[in-house]
Design a binder for this molecule. Sequence first.
Ligand SMILES: C[S@@+](CC[C@H](N)C(=O)[O-])C[C@H]1O[C@@H](n2cnc3c(N)ncnc32)[C@H](O)[C@@H]1O
Length: 317
Amino acid sequence: MTEFNYHNPVMLEEVLSFVPPKKLTYLDLTLGRAGHAQNILKKIKKGSTFIGVDCDDDALIYSKENLKEFDKKDNLNFIHSRYAEVFPILRERGFTGADFILMDIGVSSPQFDDPKRGFSYRYDSDLDMRMDPKDKLTAKDIINSYSEKELCRVFRDLGECHSYYPVVKKIINARLVKPINTTFELVDIIKSGLPRKELNEKGHPAKQFFLGLRYEVNGEIRELTKGLEEAIQFLNPSGRLVIISFNSEEDRIVKTIFKKYTTKAPIDKYHPLLEEKEPEFVALTKKPLLPTEKEIEENNRSKPSIMRSLERKKLAR
Ligand SMILES: C[S@@+](CC[C@H](N)C(=O)[O-])C[C@H]1O[C@@H](n2cnc3c(N)ncnc32)[C@H](O)[C@@H]1O
């Protein structure tokens, strides 16, 4: 366990506005420190069922403590799993669907602020970046063993870095001399490979490189794509899902998946007699919601948040 134990839940008011004040089954796929969960459990009716999922053991340990007051009133369940893999486990345990699902994706403040976890380019630490410390692959493994082609994929496709190639070249040359072990060693190499113009741009020059690495270590894009689809299908009739993502790359994926589930399937011109199928889901946010200026002022980390929500329609009678 770590001494880093606080996470300020982002866009809390907006999340709560989608939660019906009823007795329901609430599935939190990214429990963190249960910041959202505590407030949602306060709003929903006593006797609800709560399932909290996280792939980081620390998150589950602290959340159990933070949710102690609901222990007797509600049926609390905690599952250590990646969220994209949790649905068969849920079904095995007899949960057939949820009325409210929250996905607040990415890393939590305790993970980011603990230098030992190696997520941040602001602290000098071992290159790690695993959300689940029991996973094998670390950022150090990637930096020191991936081929030039694979590193280009990580930084170009996942990190959406502009000048990734000169940085990859610098990494390959540096690791011929000695392994690259720490975040600061990597930051220096990134800076040495970037053109002056990019070094002078706003924001930390290593930001997108660290993001690409983090995505690769934790399979985050795959998790988001698979996990969101599974979560939508797990909604009960009238059930709602709220997802908070943290950059345009993630939101593009959310938007595409939401569109697939909330728009009519196009008429098949080879089978004109087939009727256009009504979508089973409706988007509750036509446009994504963003944090208010007040929230950003109080919690700067909320700034990049992008929220969308959808609902499964009621069963036709
Ligand atoms: C942004 S935090 C959530 C914070 C939480 N809403 C709160 O208010 O305390 C994201 C959490 O999701 C977890 N997480 C990220 N990706 C995951 C995945 N694929 N499967 C399971 N948990 C994941 C992280 O370990 C982290 O604890």
